[in-house]
Design a protein. Structure first.
Length: 495
């Protein structure tokens, strides 16, 4: 096990720099250079052809939909779009790609010079985007043996179905000026990308499925030095939690090495879910790949008209949308922070408001009673068996005076138990507030008769004593009464 320095000691002595390279698998129907299907779950080596198997004489053709997706992503990341760019061959030994080169982009990425504003714990961080480029995925190796790991496998199998699936790589600039929050900022960036890919509809962006994979570069420099330290690159980290944990681990490991006077070795590292990184290969330099322009593909030259037409298809940026909704809903900063701090709450409240509820009531239900129930059952808010339309219906029953808040909680219970929509539950369980004046009056009379001393005090002008009688009436009506109306009746009866 590596020696680790406490994170606060790391921050006392060093400035961390992080840089993230994120691969996104696009959700196009066909592969990057051929018409083979990208549908998941097929038998091994059934979605292949001479192009994606790299057979002699085959020629690649660019997937137009993939180019469109990458341009939209670049625009959403505030990048410039190249007027003209080429593909390059990246030469390597790829056991999972028969060509032994990957078609990628080298010095001419399609999108470049972008930025993302991230808000983490009330502070805004600007993440510079160096480039977004197109490339292809490799096939998949399946290692035989008990552990499925390469070093104790007696054989390995290869499935080329994934070879040639469109990939996009988003590369950040090193992010400066971070302290102990560096891992949390990296995590927030990944969460932002995931949200953005889904909003654009260009990728399923499921990290656990490998649609979105992060290579995290981390280095430490002695405090106050502008020159970056030697970095390590932890490959293929595939959950938000792991991104945060892997960066924290590398900061602590490198901190211990540098504090002992030794040097950090430039290398790739592997993340283990048990919570540590281990060395991989020592990192090649870009020159080692012998990049050269891909001679089998024509350059890509997106017209400005096309780029502008694609810009018009962009969804509202997440940060702008949050600001717009806060203004429309008239939520305070504190209220909005609560909403954003609960996963899924923003979407649910938005949909509940769209279904007719007031923003305040939508927030009250989702962050109150429903959040409490989700918490209790360990479920996510949007996994509850009640949706925005039903919450809006519930609130309309409250607004109409059909049920009160207490009965509404009973209705929620029934909806969650699968008894149907709120109005149907109120009907079936007979939960409506009793609106019948004679029934209420009878209950009021009974309460007065049972509490003569209280009634006497109210008659003497001590109006606040009415609370005790209201409670008695509500109890007798099993909560099915409008408290304001009961109060009115009591005061009218007792002068
Ligand atoms: Zn193919
Ligand atoms: Mn790549």
């Amino acid at each position: 096990m590596d020696d680790l320095l406490d994170l606060d000691q790391v921050i006392e002595r060093f400035d961390p720099a992080i840089g993230l390279e994120v691969h996104v698998e696009l959700n196009t129907a066909s592969k990057m250079w051929c018409g083979c299907s990208t549908a998941p779950g097929a038998d091994p080596n059934t979605q292949v052809c001479p192009v994606c198997l790299g057979l002699p004489g085959s020629l690649p053709v660019v997937n137009g939909k993939a180019v469109e997706s990458v341009i939209r992503i670049g625009l959403a990341l505030n990048c410039d779009v190249a007027e003209w760019c080429r593909f390059s061959r990246k030469n390597y030994f790829y056991p999972d790609m028969t060509k032994d080169y990957q078609i990628s982009q080298y010095d001419e990425p399609i999108c470049f010079d972008g930025s993302v504003d991230l808000e983490v714990d009330g502070r805004t961080y600007v993440i510079g985007i160096e480039r977004v480029h197109m490339e292809e995925d490799a096939g998949k190796l399946v290692h035989g043996g008990a552990t499925g790991r390469i070093h104790d496998a007696d054989h390995s199998l290869v499935d080329y179905n994934r070879a040639g699936v469109p990939l996009m790589e988003i590369v950040t600039r090193p992010v400066p000026g971070l302290g102990a929050e560096a891992p949390a900022v990296a995590r927030a960036y990944m969460a932002h990308l995931r949200e953005l890919m889904r909003a654009l509809g260009v990728s399923d962006a499921r990290m656990e499925q490998g649609n979105l994979r992060c290579d995290a570069n981390i280095s430490l420099a002695p405090k106050g030095r502008t020159e970056l330290g030697t970095r390590t690159e932890t490959k293929n980290v595939n959950s938000l939690r792991s991104v945060e944990a892997a960066i924290t681990y590398e900061m602590r490991r490198q901190g211990a090495i540098l504090s002992s006077g030794a040097r950090v070795k430039q290398e790739t590292r592997h993340w283990h879910e048990e919570g540590y990184t281990s060395p991989g290969r020592s990192k090649e330099q870009a020159e080692d790949y012998r990049y050269f322009p891909e001679p089998d593909l024509v350059p890509v030259a997106p017209s400005r008209e096309w780029v502008e037409a694609l810009r018009a298809t962009l969804p509202e940026p997440p940060a702008g949308r949050r600001a717009r909704l806060q203004a429309e809903w008239r939520f305070t900063d504190l209220e909005m922070r609560d909403v954003l701090g609960t996963e899924g709450a923003l979407e649910l409240i938005d949909a509940t408001v769209a279904a007719g509820a007031s923003p305040a009531s939508a927030r009250k239900w989702w962050l109150g009673e429903l959040a409490r129930r989700a918490n209790e059952s360990g479920a996510a808010l949007d996994d509850l068996a009640i949706g925005p339309r039903q919450v809006a219906e519930l609130q309309s029953l409250v607004d109409a005076g059909t049920i009160n808040d207490k009965l509404a909680r009973e209705v929620i219970e029934a909806v969650l138990a699968g008894e149907g929509d709120p109005a149907a539950v109120v009907e079936a369980r007979g939960l409506a507030v009793v609106d019948d004046d004679s029934a209420l009056s009878a209950a009021v009379e009974e309460a007065i008769a049972a509490n003569p001393d209280v009634a006497e005090r109210i008659r003497a002008g001590r109006v606040q004593a009415a609370g005790a009688l209201i409670g008695a009436v509500m109890k007798q009506m099993h909560g099915r009464a409008d408290a304001a109306k009961v109060r009115e009746l009591i005061l009218a009866r007792l002068g």
